[in-house]
Write a protein that binds this ligand. Structure first.
Ligand code: SAM
Length: 219
């Protein structure tokens, strides 16, 4: 079990300032980032890296997303305290821990078995209580739908229709869409039962979303 010292808190405050300087404006999101000790998700030797605004390898060829990316996606999601949120791509569990600062109702699904097992142990160890699932989340988690918000933390070739159908009316899906080199952040809002709006934001670089509605089924 790692500890959260004044030094860590100081590094986190500096990271939050950097995110503010990069135009993250939602105070709830900044407070959530300030509240989650990101170094808990790293080996002890990499504490410095934990508070840099960079993605970092978490094993299995995957990464913990860059803090700016986590803040940007979370800001777009606009999570309310009673929202039920689905995260696709648990990875290290960091984004999930940030979401749990905003609502207790978080469902998270991870395709990679080793990362899923590791994240589950992590959540238990630190007293976090998301609903965790192992499997292909590229078509969502229909058995627990609908969701107020869905966040995809891997790059998709397109917006899976099944995810749109799992949104509440008024709900939103935030998903990076593009080719393997670069993806545009997209927000889909379900404004009526059969009416959706689409907004496009800046470009990011994610690891690929695998599975049926992702890039391949090779797992
Ligand atoms: N949210 C994570 C975090 O905070 O550490 C970062 C996730 S990493 C950028 C993307 C994750 O998506 C990887 O762990 C990968 O295994 C997972 N993934 C890829 N395709 C998936 C799929 N079809 N269903 C569920 N998870 C998937």
């Amino acid at each position: 079990m790692q500890t959260d010292t004044y030094r860590h808190k100081g590094m986190r405050r500096a990271l939050v300032k950097l995110l503010r300087d990069k135009n993250i404006r939602d105070e709830r999101v900044l407070a959530a980032i300030d509240a989650v000790p990101r170094h808990f998700f790293f080996e002890k030797a990499f504490v410095e890296q934990a508070y840099q605004d960079k993605a970092f390898p978490i094993g299995e060829g995957q990464t913990i997303s860059q803090p700016y990316t986590v803040a940007f996606q979370t800001e777009l999601l606009d999570v309310k305290p009673t929202d039920k949120v689905l995260e696709i791509g648990t990875g290290s569990g960091y984004q999930c821990a940030v979401l749990l600062q905003l609502t207790p109702y978080v469902y998270t699904i991870e395709y990679n078995r080793a990362l899923y097992d590791k994240a589950r142990l992590f959540f238990k160890k630190y007293g976090l209580h998301p609903h965790t699932f192992h499997g292909d989340g590229s078509e969502g988690l229909p058995q627990h739908a609908p969701y107020h918000k869905i966040i995809v933390t891997a790059g998709a070739p397109g917006v899976p229709k099944s995810l749109m159908r799992q949104l509440h009316v008024g709900g939103a899906l935030v998903i990076p869409v593009g080719d393997e080199k670069s993806q545009k952040m997209v927000r889909i809002t379900r404004v009526e039962e059969n009416e959706f709006t689409k907004e496009e934001f800046s470009s990011f670089k994610f690891v690929p979303l695998l599975g049926k509605s992702g890039w391949d089924t090779g797992m």
